[in-house]
Write a new protein. Structure first.
Length: 519
């Protein structure tokens, strides 16, 4: 007789284990489990419709993982110009929400699309606010009407719930652009029976972006002056959309354990650390996942040749094809380093600039794909001219090229000053591209130092305060590169890591249950 072990997990709540020996079966839904939840995931960016960084990736992958666990999850974002350009089917729903912004009522037209044909995605259309190049800004800087745009969007999210007759148990908000939603639920909408059982969860993806604006926007948001206090939305004289969320959300999360501790300190707290310490009881850290449907060299249609832990040959083909595409003169034994990144101080770009000459003395080539601060773009453009054979900077945001660079390179550099989670290093691991990173935030939680003697670990870590050791650390990695067997083991250690979203989605489901249990 064969004995089965059946472990039932629903909505993250492990409920029952029946005895077994051989087979472990995970059941998504069983009648005695916690009920599936109605979840509205509100985000300013959602891949493949709109993306400037990792938040876009998270906002598609997490809802899909929650859906797989049996929840009714839906996503909402603004209908930017790039949504139309994404070449995905979206259609008008014939529903319009009326959103008060100061003395005027602004209409928002609802459109609908899908993620992977399963998760509904709603778009709030208002061309005056969203039909322009860029999500939050353009070459001139941040859009000056960002406060109006995201006051409108935040309130439109709540109006859309009513128009769609979708009563969420949880509204999961992300970053400052959605920060007013938790505040509305506790103020303007506090007595609204439609939201009587709705709780809010707010995820901090980056404390460095806070949405702090002049106090004159408070009446524009239709918020009462009694919230403009130290305990409320006031932050050093400004009206802070981020603080609104930190104060009023039922639960707060951030995207790695280490970052959830770092942000409580003045060093990483961007002056919000005391607010966070005050609300520490409702804060937790849940490590992001990597979406292996999108990022796996065994199935990736963007790259020259498929490969995986069982056969690494395709990686060489990817490297050759990339070198050809970028006109890099690369001998087969020359290691190729890469960065795929927003060009902002957060990413440690100053360290790269300061040490660039020293780095170029190494026997290696480097490719950087990035967009952001003009001063960095200009610096790297100049280096293109100086090192035409061994360095290539590509300015801009190119999704397909990002895959090709990560697949075709040998090492990924990520010397971030702070990194809430970081997805690029997780993708790099799966592609056998060895990360060299600063030991902060999610980088510390996802990369383990390689020990060639024991053959353990997945990458190389710089101590946070030891900037002077950046190039020596890269050199240490490069010295191992010619040792084919050692390097192969290092690559395989990384490729076998599993950061799939399933685990994180279970943590979120448990957190939602806790939020619902709160008043
Ligand atoms: P962050 O969200 O801080 O930018 P993450 O590592 O979490 O950092 O996520 C970055 C995401 O954005 C990854 O999917 C990465 O491939 C992508 N990305 C960053 N810069 C570019 C670029 N210039 N072109 C294409 N993709 C990019
Ligand atoms: C932010 C962070 C990054 C994180 C991403 C998704 O942009 O900078 O570390 O991975 O959000 O959570």
């Amino acid at each position: 007789m064969v004995h089965f072990t059946i472990k039932c997990v629903a909505n993250g709540v492990s409920s029952q284990t029946l005895t077994t020996n051989h087979v472990a079966v995970e059941c998504a839904t069983l009648p005695f489990m916690a009920r599936p939840l109605n979840i509205l995931f509100a985000s300013p960016e959602v891949y493949p419709f709109a993306k400037t960084g990792g938040l876009g990736d998270v906002s598609s992958a997490l809802p899909l993982a929650l859906k797989q666990q049996g929840h009714d999850v839906r996503v909402i974002l603004p209908k930017y110009r790039c949504v139309k350009q994404a070449k995905r089917a979206i259609k008008p729903m014939g529903l319009t929400v009326a959103v008060p912004v100061g003395p005027v009522t602004v209409p928002g037209e609802l459109h609908e699309g899908r993620l992977n044909r399963s998760v509904p995605v709603y778009f709030v259309g208002q061309d005056g606010f969203f039909d322009r190049e860029g999500l939050y800004g353009d070459a001139e800087g941040e859009f000056s009407d960002n406060p109006e745009r995201f006051i409108f969007f935040s309130r439109a999210v709540l109006e859309a719930c009513k128009a769609l007759d979708f009563q969420p148990d949880i509204i999961h908000c992300n970053d400052w652009q959605t920060g007013l939603i938790p505040c509305y639920l506790k103020t303007e909408f506090a007595g609204d029976v439609f939201f009587k059982n709705t709780r809010s969860v707010f995820s901090i993806h980056n404390l460095g972006y806070q949405g702090n604006f002049d106090e004159r926007y408070l009446p524009l948001a239709h918020l009462p002056w009694n919230v403009f206090t130290l305990e409320g939305v006031e932050f050093y004289g400004y009206f802070s959309f981020l603080k609104a969320a930190l104060v009023y959300a039922d639960r707060l999360t951030t995207v790695s354990k280490t970052y959830s501790k770092e942000i409580l300190t003045p060093e990483y707290g961007f002056q919000m650390d005391s607010v966070l310490r005050h609300h520490q009881g409702k804060l937790s850290g849940i490590l992001n996942g990597a979406d292996y449907e999108e990022w796996d060299p065994q199935t990736d249609s963007c790259i020259k040749a498929r490969y995986g832990p069982k056969s690494l040959k395709g990686k060489q083909a990817c490297k050759k094809s990339l070198a050809r595409k970028l006109s890099l003169k690369l001998a087969e034994q020359t290691p190729l380093l890469c960065m795929v990144t927003r060009l902002s101080p957060q990413k440690g770009i100053d360290l790269m600039v300061q040490r660039f000459g020293e780095l170029m003395e190494q026997d290696a080539a480097l490719v950087i794909l990035g967009a952001g601060d003009k001063r960095y773009e200009m610096f790297f453009e100049e280096q293109n001219l100086k090192y035409p054979k061994r360095f290539r900077f590509i300015q801009g945001f190119h999704e397909k090229l990002a895959h090709q660079i990560i697949a075709g390179s040998d090492l990924l550099l990520m010397p971030s000053l702070y990194e809430p989670c970081g997805l690029t290093q997780m993708y790099a691991l799966r592609y056998g591209t060895v990360p060299v990173v600063r030991r902060v935030g999610g980088l510390a939680d996802t990369i383990k130092a390689f020990n060639p003697k024991k053959n353990t670990g997945t990458g190389f870590l710089l101590k946070p305060t030891k900037a002077s050791e950046w190039v020596p650390l890269i050199k240490k990695a490069l010295d191992l590169y010619p040792r084919k067997q050692v390097w192969r083991s290092l690559m395989l250690n990384g490729m076998q890591q599993d950061f799939s979203w399933n685990q994180a989605a279970k943590h979120y489901a448990r957190l939602y249950q806790r939020a619902l249990a709160s008043k």
